[in-house]
Design a protein around this ligand. Sequence first.
Ligand SMILES: Cc1cc2nc3c(=O)[nH]c(=O)nc-3n(C[C@H](O)[C@H](O)[C@H](O)COP(=O)(O)OP(=O)(O)OC[C@H]3O[C@@H](n4cnc5c(N)ncnc54)[C@H](O)[C@@H]3O)c2cc1C
Length: 309
Amino acid sequence: MLTPLLLTASRSELMRRFVSGAPVTRPVVDRFIAGDALAEALASVRTLASQGVDVTLDHLGEDITEPAQARRNRDSYLALLAALGGEGLGDRAEVSVKLSAFGQSLPDGHRLALDGVRAVCEAAAAIGTTVTLDMEDHTTVDSTLAILAELRRDFPRTGVAVQAALFRTEQDVRALALPGSRVRLVKGAYKEPASVAHQRKEDVDRAYARCLNVLMAGDGYPMVGSHDPRIIDLALRLAERYGRGPDSYEFQMLYGIRDAEQRRLAAEEHRRVRAYVPYGSDWYGYFMRRLAERPANLVFFLRSFLIRR
Ligand SMILES: Cc1cc2nc3c(=O)[nH]c(=O)nc-3n(C[C@H](O)[C@H](O)[C@H](O)COP(=O)(O)OP(=O)(O)OC[C@H]3O[C@@H](n4cnc5c(N)ncnc54)[C@H](O)[C@@H]3O)c2cc1C
C-alpha cells in the first residue's frame, strides 16, 4: 500500500518542496546520497576503491523541462569525468545517466538526449571508462534502447539497465545478451500499470531469475543490480553453471545499502562489485524511490521527523 503512494509522491512537485525543505530530512538523505558536491563524490570513489569496490557515479537530476537544464546536466558529467581522469580514477569509476536529465521527454528529445550523452561517452572513453544508461519508467524503454543502439556503434561498452518487473524485459534481455553488451538487470523502481508489469513481488523475483539466466548463459557482460541475498546466491550459482570467471560479470548495489555485503563479496568472494553512488542537490526523486523500496526506511525517516520537532 505504501509503496505506490511513495512512488506517486516521488513525482509530486508539492511533496518535493515539502520534503526537500524540511531540515530533518538531511541526515536520512545522507545515508543514500554521497553529498551535494563533486568533491564529496570523488571522496566516496577513493574510499570505496580502497575497499576493493568499484563505482558508477550518478549526478542526480531527472525529468527536466528545459533544454538549458539538459546542457547543464551534460556539463556536470563532463566536469565529473575530467575530475576522475585528473585523479587517475578512470579504471575504478564509470558513470550512470538518466536520459530524462538529458531532455529525452522534451520536443526533439531523442536527438537532444543522444547528442548530450554522446558527449559524455566521448569524455568517458577519453579517460578509459564508460557510461551506463539507467532505465526509467516503461514509456521510455523503446527510446532508451534505440539511443543505446546508436551509442554502441561508436562506444560499444555503453551499458543499459533493464527492469525485470516489465513483461517485455524477458524479450529485451535475449536481444541484449550479445558479445560485449553490458546489461544491468534490476527489479525496477517505478510505479507501473498491470498492463505492462508484474505487480506482485514474487512474480518480479521469478522474472528476475529468468532474465538473469538468459544473461548469464549469453555472451554479454551481466551486471547483477540487486541487494537481494537470494539473487546474489543465484548469480554465483549461474556463473558456475555457465563457466563464467569473476571478470565476466559483476555485482552492483546502491550506495548506503548493504555496504558490508559489498565489501564482503569483493574481499572474501573475490567478485567484482560496483557501488552506484549518487551525488548532487536534486536528490528528491531518487530518495523517495529508496523510501518506497523499504518501509523500514520510511519509519526511520518519520521517526527523525517526530523526534526533532
Ligand atoms: C546498482 C543499481 C542500479 C539501479 N538502477 C536502476 C535503474 O536504472 N532503474 C530502475 O528502475 N531501478 C534501478 N535500481 C533499483 C532497483 O530496481 C530496485 O528497486 C532496488 O534495487 C531494490 O531491489 P532489490 O533487488 O535490492 O531487492 P529487494 O527485494 O527490494 O531488496 C532485497 C534486500 O535489499 C535491501 N534493500 C533493498 N532496497 C533497500 C532500500 N531502499 N533501503 C534499504 N535496504 C534495501 C533489504 O535488505 C532487502 O531485504 C537499481 C538498483 C541497483 C542496485
